[in-house]
Each structure stands twice: as structure tokens, then as C-alpha cells.
Design a protein around this ligand. Structure first.
Ligand SMILES: Cc1cc2nc3c(=O)[nH]c(=O)nc-3n(C[C@H](O)[C@H](O)[C@H](O)COP(=O)(O)OP(=O)(O)OC[C@H]3O[C@@H](n4cnc5c(N)ncnc54)[C@H](O)[C@@H]3O)c2cc1C
Length: 460
């Protein structure tokens, strides 16, 4: 543990954190480990998005939706199981830790007064350092008629106990795909509508594979489509817009809006104090999570960093270290994994081919279809692919994408390989157990130098 600086006694707390989600708890624990006093201030439910209305509830419902074998899938029962698990994890992973570590909690709306004090419902709390971890909320596009017609968000969708017969999902990135497929598994017919395409920020081949899966499941996918207005006609919600200059129309019983998340930066007094925001309204942080005001740090979805809870927690912990330690703690995002928990799963790490080229790399890439992977053949499910991107001159792995059952577990091998600067040649000569999806990662690496269709068993 680093030496602790003397506590500045004219502040109420060494660290005041606005928020109580992933970006708040990790730094609060780190501050206590460093012998510092800390208070979390939250206007909502302790635990923030991930445990209450994000990762945990969405994946619980998804898991139940995929387990259904019988003719009467029961979304209501899944919602009840989800509520029990959310309450348990909120207690064990958040509330219980307050006493465990000696972290104070105040309920209320917080606002920065200056770089060393925060107002909470009229009272002022003095801080050695402030961490803004206020998160984000669903962004609702200004589509005429949408408000009047009504819609679900990623939060309200988790409370629906009867699946709609026809669901229109606006936005086919992670949240739209996961919740759309979940309702689909419970019996809804889903139309996914996206301005660009399915998983717009991932490899085009990944998007293509996922689109085929959704269409095979009986869902519709409309890509490159702008929804321009929504109306209610004879009890139906009708979405109209254009795709490739041609009009489209979708009739649905319910609409899910999943067009990204907007940082909660309004009303926090950030502009007054001089904290810089980007054009999206997210807080700009440097590599040490510092804002443009030296005593104010920020982490998680309220910043322009990738919106994953593990990024939020790591960013918050780095902020606490940098506030009290010698500085220099930074997030290395080069090997960051990204998962979409659909079936099959979509997992990627590092750079896509387009991103690598944008950064000036000369790249070589290879695609291995899933029917070249023995595990997929024995499973009888060959939907998906592996794609690897390497630096052409050195063979260094820059990025990996996997669409497969279990892809979220497989990608961890790629995270290690990218993090440690391994070449595709080194990945190709590393052990991989036969009849695992992980073997597909090794086979994909082998495709850089040979035709893997002409190998015997065991990727050797
Ligand atoms: C449906 C869904 C599924 C997801 N699934 C995953 C997943 O599987 N894996 C993953 O890694 N990530 C997932 N995420 C993303 C993940 O939930 C977020 O990245 C993470 O929770 C962000 O944490 P945070 O601490 O930055 O913000 P939050 O957890 O949102 O916490 C912010 C807190 O600040 C409080 N607050 C805001 N303003 C004020 C104010 N002025 N005063 C007082 N309090 C305030 C809010 O009440 C809130 O509790 C998912 C998100 C969604 C929506």
C-alpha cells in the first residue's frame, strides 16, 4: 500500500463521490484501503445501473429466455426471479460493503459548488477531491409522435411480464439486440431497425452473421433505416421512415428504444465549476481520469470512455489512486473486450480491421467460419465465425471477433494475447483443447499460414 498523505482536516471527507454504481464503489473501496474518508451521494437506488437496471437483470431474463424448452415460456416468472436476484446482489455487492469498509452514504441530489464542495439538498459537503460517477440514462431520439405513442427503454423493458406479440426495436446495438432477442425467445416477433446496421461498431462480417441469425429466427432486420415518425393507428403503433431513399413501415404492439445512453451531466454545476464536456455532453477526462478542474475526477458512463461496468470500476479505482497516490494510474484500453450476450454470443477485443487501418496500421485479417471448428460441428450449430486482425509486418494480433456459442469466454484468450503483444504465429503454436470453442481461436490464427481445412483433428 502506498504511504498515506496527512488528511486535510478542513474538508468533511477526503473523497466525495457523486453516484453509487460501479464507478463509485470501486474507488470508495480503494480510498478506504488508502486510509481515506469517503462519502457516496446518490439520488436514486444504491448500486446504479448495472445491478438494478443493466447487466444483472438483463442477463437474468436472457438466461431464462434461453432455457425455455416447453410450450409455455413464462416471462412473468423470469421477472420475479430477476427481482429476487437483483435485490440480493444489491444487498451483498453494494449495501453490505458500506459497513464492511466504513463508507458513508447520503441520499439526495448532488451539485458541485466549487472544486472542493458539493451541495446535497441544501447542505454543503467539503471534499479533498470529488469524483463524478453520475452515469448515463437511455437517450431518446426526437422522433415525432414517439412520446405520444409510448415506448419501452432498457429500464422499463425489464418490468414487462407479458411479451408483446410484435415488438419494434429502434437501435440494434448491444442493448437492443439482447433485449430484443430476449423478448423474441419469450415469443415476440421482433423487427430490429438501425440507422447503420446490426452491431454498427463491430466488424461488418460479424454484423452479417448476426443478421442472418435473427432472420433465421423469424425476426426482421431493417438496416440503414431512419425512423421518421411514429403514430398510433387502430391500437397499433406504426413506425414510418426511409431506408435507402425508399419508405418503410413497421406495425408493432410495443416499441423498445435502444439508441444509446446519454451522460447524466445536466444539473451537476459542471459548467459553473469549469469542468469541460464533449459535444455529447460527456465529461472529458485525461488518461488519469482527471477533468479540466484539478481536484475533480470522473469515471464511468458519465465520461466519454466505453460504457461497460468493468471500465467504470477500473476508471473509478484509478481516479482514487491518482487523487491520493503518486498519480500515473491509467486505463489501457487496447485489449478491451466487448460482449453482446445474444445467442450466439458476439465477443470482440482490441481493434476492428477498420479501426486498425484508421490508426495507420497495415493489417492482414483472416476469417474462419464456424463450420471449420470441430466443437461447432458436434454441437450441430455452425452459425458464426472468428475474425482476427494482425499487423502485416510483425504478425502482432491487434483485434479479434468471435460469433459463437461461448464467444464471451473464448475472447478472454484474445485479451491476453493482445495485451501481451503476441503474434498470430505464437497464438497458432499455443495449446488449445480439442472440442472447445477456444480451439477455434487457435485455428483462426493458423489460417494466416495454412489452409486449416486440410488439417487432421486437433489444430496441429
Ligand atoms: C440494459 C443494460 C445492460 C448492460 N449490460 C452490461 C453488461 O452485461 N456488462 C457490462 O460491463 N456493462 C453492461 N451495461 C453497462 C453498465 O451497466 C454501465 O457501464 C455501468 O453500470 C456504469 O456505471 P456508472 O457507475 O458509471 O453509472 P451508474 O451505475 O449509472 O451510476 C450512476 C449513479 O449516479 C446517480 N446520480 C446521477 N446524477 C446524480 C446527481 N446529480 N446526484 C446524485 N446522484 C446522481 C444515479 O442515481 C446512479 O445511481 C449495461 C447497461 C444496460 C443499460
Amino acid at each position: 500500500m502506498r504511504p498515506v498523505e496527512p488528511i486535510d482536516s478542513h474538508h468533511d471527507y477526503d473523497l466525495v463521490v457523486i453516484g453509487s454504481g460501479g464507478a463509485a464503489f470501486a474507488p470508495a473501496i480503494r480510498a478506504r484501503d488508502l486510509g481515506r474518508s469517503v462519502v457516496l451521494i446518490d439520488r436514486g437506488t444504491v448500486g446504479g445501473t448495472c445491478v438494478n437496471v443493466g447487466c444483472i437483470p438483463s442477463k437474468t431474463l436472457l438466461a431464462d429466455s434461453e432455457r425455455i424448452n416447453g410450450p409455455a415460456p413464462d416471462l412473468g416468472a423470469a421477472v420475479e426471479r430477476k427481482d429476487v436476484l437483483v435485490a440480493r446482489l444489491r444487498q451483498e455487492k453494494y449495501l453490505d460493503l458500506l459497513d464492511e469498509y466504513g463508507i458513508d452514504l447520503r441520499a439526495g441530489e448532488a451539485e458541485l459548488v466549487d472544486g472542493h464542495s458539493v451541495a446535497v439538498d441544501g447542505a454543503s459537503v467539503g471534499a479533498g477531491a470529488i469524483l463524478v460517477a453520475a452515469g448515463a440514462r437511455p437517450a431518446i431520439p426526437p422522433i415525432p409522435g414517439l412520446e405520444e405513442a409510448g415506448y419501452l427503454t432498457s429500464a422499463t423493458a425489464l418490468e414487462v411480464s407479458e411479451p408483446p406479440v410484435r415488438l419494434a426495436v429502434i437501435g440494434a446495438n448491444a442493448v437492443g439486440l439482447e433485449l430484443g432477442q430476449m423478448f423474441g425467445n419469450f415469443g415476440a416477433r421482433v423487427t430490429f431497425i438501425d440507422l447503420v446496421r446490426v452491431v454498427p461498431f463491430e466488424e461488418a462480417e460479424v454484423a452479417e452473421a448476426m443478421r442472418e441469425v435473427l432472420e433465421d429466427q423469424g425476426h426482421a432486420v431493417i438496416e440503414g433505416a431512419r425512423t421518421e415518425r411514429v403514430s398510433v393507428e387502430d391500437g397499433e403503433r406504426v413506425l414510418r421512415g426511409t431506408v435507402g431513399g425508399e419508405p418503410f413501415e413497421v406495425r408493432a404492439d410495443e416499441i423498445l428504444v435502444a439508441t444509446g445512453r446519454r451522460p447524466n451531466t445536466e444539473g451537476l454545476g459542471l459548467e459553473r465549476v469549469g469542468v469541460e464536456l464533449d459535444p455529447r455532453g460527456a465529461i472529458v477526462v485525461d488518461s488519469e481520469q482527471r477533468t479540466s478542474v484539478p481536484s475533480v475526477f470522473a469515471a464511468g458512463d458519465v465520461t466519454s470512455q466505453p460504457q461497460f461496468v468493468y471500465v467504470a470500476a477500473a476508471g473509478g479505482a484509478a481516479a482514487a489512486e491518482n487523487a491520493f497516490g503518486v498519480g500515473g494510474e491509467r486505463l489501457g484500453l487496447d485489449s478491451l473486450p466487448r460482449i453482446v450476450f445474444t445467442a450466439p454470443q458476439i465477443a470482440s477485443a482490441g481493434l476492428t480491421e477498420a479501426q486498425a487501418r484508421q490508426r495507420g496500421f497495415e493489417v492482414e485479417s483472416r476469417i474462419l467460419p464456424l463450420d471449420a471448428v470441430p466443437r461447432a460441428l458436434v454441437n450441430g450449430d455452425t452459425r458464426g465465425l472468428y475474425k482476427l486482425v494482425a499487423e502485416a509486418s510483425s504478425g502482432r494480433l491487434l483485434g479479434a471477433s468471435v460469433v459463437a456459442d461461448g464467444a464471451a469466454e473464448v475472447i478472454q484468450a484474445a485479451v491476453y494475447a493482445i495485451e501481451r503483444g503476441m503474434t498470430v504465429g505464437e497464438v497458432a503454436s499455443t495449446w488449445a483443447p480439442y472440442l472447445t470453442m477456444a480451439e477455434g481461436f487457435k485455428l483462426a490464427a493458423q489460417t494466416f499460414t495454412r489452409d486449416v481445412a486440410k488439417l487432421s483433428c486437433c489444430a496441429a
